[in-house]
Design a protein around this ligand. Structure first.
Ligand code: CP
Length: 306
């Protein structure tokens, strides 16, 4: 039995297989429409979500399976003080696989230690979000045709943005990837990511504050929201929240084949006027998230489809 806590839980070869399977599913969804009949996915979310929870549920339904779960700690017995380890013991009696989101870093890992079914980290605090990363990799591979030899701009809240941490971890394993880290000083990528991931792997990167100065260098621009829920005081959030706003003027500085991704939800960091630009692919990214999670469910349930 395998769990998924971090994108690094899969080797590059295993991840390539998941991405290939997702591509197969996209081309031939009917073939996969009943392969999880009789199986159940539990989504246990202690923190708000639209995409991750609903795309997991859509993924399991698309595979012919069923779903159950809760969408907030307040509507579960966590509100009465039940521990994560006790909760996953119950869920193991009800479901075949579980996706869990929690505000505390490491909570899904604790669950996996007490679980008899595969546990998927659907986002833990400011730490990791591996299924968003598989979604991002699938989007990049499908629309750019490769995962290597790319200059990737990561812009916004690089301190608390768990999608950025997971994506950097995953992309440093591909040849010729360079990063441009675009953030205010207070929201820089954490030191442990710079030292243990970027420096340790000899990855070329630079840190800048102004998005305009680097737009023309980028193959991909990955925008992120300032993570209001991780700030310790409202004043700091208000000061930071509109630091970056990607608009038509800034898009004009980017290459014709540059792609703009965003894990969403978006607040103000991408103006709605950008949505019609063919380079803005963040809504396509959402659709890739369903195929990615279908492939992941099949992989962790070890379901073979001939
Ligand atoms: N991208 C993402 O994790 O979105 P949700 O918070 O809506 O799940």
């Amino acid at each position: 039995m395998r769990h998924l806590m971090s994108p690094l839980d899969f080797t590059v070869e295993e991840l390539d297989k998941v991405l290939s399977l997702a591509g197969e599913i996209e081309k031939n969804p009917e073939k996969y429409a009943h392969v999880c009949q009789g199986k159940k996915l539990a989504t246990i979310f202690y923190e708000p979500s639209t995409r991750t929870r609903l795309s997991f549920e859509a993924a399991m339904m698309n595979l012919g399976g069923n779903v159950l779960g809760f969408s907030s700690a307040a509507s579960s017995s966590a509100a009465k003080g039940e521990s994560v380890s006790d909760t996953i013991r119950m869920i193991s009696c009800y479901a075949d696989i579980c996706a869990m989101r929690h505000p505390k870093e490491g909570a899904p890992l604790v669950a996996s230690m007490h679980s008899s079914i595969p546990v998927i980290n659907a986002g833990d605090g400011g730490h990791q979000h591996p299924t968003q990363t598989i979604t991002d990799l699938l989007t990049i591979k499908s629309l750019k045709g490769r995962l290597g030899n790319l200059t990737i701009g990561l812009c916004g809240d690089l301190k608390f943005g768990r999608t950025v941490h997971s994506l950097i971890n995953a992309l440093v394993r591909y040849e010729g990837v360079k990063f441009v880290l675009i953030s205010p000083e207070e929201l820089r990528v954490p030191g442990y990511i710079r030292e243990e991931v970027l420096d340790a792997n000899g990855i070329e990167y630079k840190e800048v504050v102004r998005l305009e100065d680097v737009m023309s260098e980028l193959d991909l621009l990955y925008m992120t929201r300032v993570q209001k829920e991780r700030f310790f005081n409202e004043e700091d959030y208000v000061r930071m929240k509109d630091f970056y706003i990607l608009d038509k003027q800034k898009m004009a500085l980017g290459r014709e084949d540059m792609l703009v991704l965003h894990p969403l939800p978006r607040v103000n960091e991408i103006s709605v006027e950008v949505d019609d630009d063919p380079r803005a692919v963040y809504f396509k990214q959402v659709q890739y998230g369903v195929y990615a999670r279908m492939a992941l469910i099949l992989t962790l349930l070890n379901t073979k489809v001939e």
